[in-house]
Design a protein around this ligand. Structure first.
Ligand SMILES: [Zn+2]
Ligand SMILES: [Zn+2]
Length: 213
């Protein structure tokens, strides 16, 4: 699978715009999944264009949680591509018209190698992708607590990598068994994570591409 960061507080390339929020593209053998949509639709589309990601080629949109820095680009995106299937957590407050929408409470399988973890603590859901090295977990803000999300994900197998916003996470022990850690977006303890796990840490930012066999 291939993961490309489209929207993040930090940018790794001069032609890509940083902004507070998160979005990434997850490509597997069978699905192109847009995970979250950032805050500002014009920045989302700008970065997608520069990254040569065509909105029309996306099959599935997964929204982690109903905060504007993850849903801001959604309405505009759906106007460009209304043919996706949209997966929102059950707590999602608005009805989305004209698009096939699935409200997720319990874990569901999207394809052979992708799962949505299910809504945790009535706020947020995460994406899980099976790779040859183990499971890769993609999070929005980790409001339910990254350690709890990793705990849930571990029920599906060994978690190899964790990518996304970790918010106020400081329970570093929870990362000991994880081999790749890419703290993005709202992660408060980015510096500490890099310091404690220099060999696992991967710097996040718009334009970051991670590939897993
Ligand atoms: Zn956020
Ligand atoms: Zn949030």
């Amino acid at each position: 699978m291939k993961l490309t960061v489209i929207y993040d507080n930090v940018s790794l390339r001069e032609d890509l715009k940083p902004d507070w929020g998160f979005s990434c593209l997850v490509e597997t053998k069978t699905l192109k999944i847009l995970f979250d949509t950032g805050y500002d639709p014009s920045i989302l589309f700008h970065n997608m264009k520069k990254l040569e990601i065509s909105p029309k080629n996306i099959d599935v949109v997964v929204i982690s949680h109903p905060h504007l820095d993850h849903t801001g680009g959604l309405a505009d995106f759906l106007r460009v591509n209304p043919n996706v299937t949209l997966y929102v957590p059950q707590c999602f407050p608005t009805e989305i018209m004209g698009v096939k929408t699935v409200r997720v409470k319990n874990p569901i399988r999207l394809s052979e190698d992708t799962y949505i973890l299910g809504e945790l603590m009535n706020i947020e859901q995460s994406l899980l992708v099976k790779t040859g090295k183990g499971l890769v977990l993609v999070t929005g803000c980790s409001h339910p607590g990254l350690e709890n999300i990793i705990g849930e994900a571990s029920k599906f197998g060994e978690v190899y990598g964790v990518i996304g916003g970790f918010h106020g996470f400081r329970n570093y022990k929870a990362l000991e068994k994880v081999s790749l850690v890419c703290p993005c977006h709202c992660t408060v303890a980015k510096k500490e994570i890099e310091k404690i796990f220099p060999e696992k840490h991967v710097k996040c930012g718009v334009g970051k591409v991670l590939e897993f066999e």
